[in-house]
Design a binder for this molecule. Sequence first.
Ligand code: ADP
Length: 528
Amino acid sequence: MRKDLHTESTLPEAPRPHLTMDELQEIHERLLRFSPDALIVVDEHAQIRFANDTVRDLFGHDPESLIGKRLDMLIPERLRGRHEDHIRSYMRDPDNRDMGTRISDLHALRADGVEFYAGIRLAPFRLGEKLFVAAAIRDMTERQRINEELVAAREEADRANRAKSRFLAMASHDLRQPMQTICLLNAALLRVVPQPDAGELLRQQEQAIASVTRLLDTLLDISRLESGAVQPQKTDAPLAEMFEELRSEFSSLAHTREIDLHMEPTNLVLSTDRILFRQLMQNLLGNALKYTEHGSVRVCCSLQAEDVIVTVEDTGIGIPADKLERIFDEYYQVDTHGTKRMGVGLGLAIVKEVARVLGYSVSIDSALGKGTQAQVRIPRQHLVRADLQRTDADAAAPCGADARKARVILVEDNDGVRLATELFLKFEGHETLSAPSVAEAHKLFDKARRGDILIADYRLDARHTGLDLLMSLRERLGSSAPGIIMSGDLPTVLRAMNEPVADCRFLSKPVDTRVLLEAIEELSVASS
Ligand code: ADP
């Protein structure tokens, strides 16, 4: 049988919902006298006309003793002048408001002379013609202390973060020099060691060197972006050209991984920072190829009402839905069962930072086991125009001319790097004249002849860059001598240049030896 709970209730009878007039009156009085905040009413001359009992606890004054006194006495002397001005302006335009939203130093004074941080809320009212203002006051010292601690902790965290970024930038920059030496020596050894086993070991070592180089690039990129040092420098950039550059950069990786890399033709021209845009796309495209085992990677672009959308789509392993939220975090990597980690977890953090700097937004959609789609949303005001369709995208592909042995003038102040480069170039069959300084380089220029290729660091000494040296060689020879300029911080160097330099390649240090050889080959073909 069902029991009716109400019939057996032992609860006391419910109280009457309405209070009597006397009870209500009593509550009003008590509320006013003992409210959690000290309550003070002043007239338009800032004279105290009422103070409740809580005023005694907060200020240490007998509330009765305050009646008729000026409000000033509850304010530290040093602040009275300013307070007077505030009261005058408030009385001209009274309304309900928090005092102190524009005053950081809102202090009140106790009877014993001790000051405290006050939180004050004002409410004006009229009795007949007379204006009064009620003030509810509370001690905010503790909250202020917590706020100050939070601000200090935040500043400390920001300082530590900036120090980390500076350290990473310096460390990744300074490690480039020795990495360059190792890289060149390894390439030279590969040339001279005849045993196949040793050759295989060196090739493995070459791959390890390439991963360290990539890591250094990534660390330098993220630390420069985070330190706020990167200011975009926009030019009109046809997307087709930028897609083409990416295609030639990634096609051999796609080929090795047997993935179909497809870049859709586009005729859109953006106003963007080419280097940053490329950095963003390199990371998205790199990920798409890294995390795809079979199938294809497609890059395309579409024009919508508000935005230009660039999409990088793959048929790869995908990302679990519950991990999508965190993939843009620094050093975050999805721990997908059965797949090995293939980076350090900074690629998408770089994408996020670059997008922030350029004013784009990036979103990633994914289906586990099916593929991933990254979309870069570029506000339409960055679109310059739509050019006529490029039909011959491959026209600019480098022609496969035979390698010619060039003579190189090498200027490098680091002994290790200079010797390693000399050795490497020698084993590749190039004659090298080398100089450890700008002064020595000028002496070598006496022997220079047309077609010689200058290879130099961008930053040579406090006054000279490799580019200055190339210009003086060109003056000396009266011709456009080819040059290869290397830098540990290539994006900054490229950004500092106003216009492109003909017959000059800019390479990032530590230089990829294959890229260096290709540049020498191209330049020697061009100057022959
Ligand atoms: P990582 O260096 O590990 O590639 P990223 O920041 O570039 O770091 O990416 C974070 C994580 O997001 C990666 O570890 C990977 O698990 C996942 N991820 C990013 N892009 C893709 C993609 N196209 N397909 C599948 N997983 C991806």
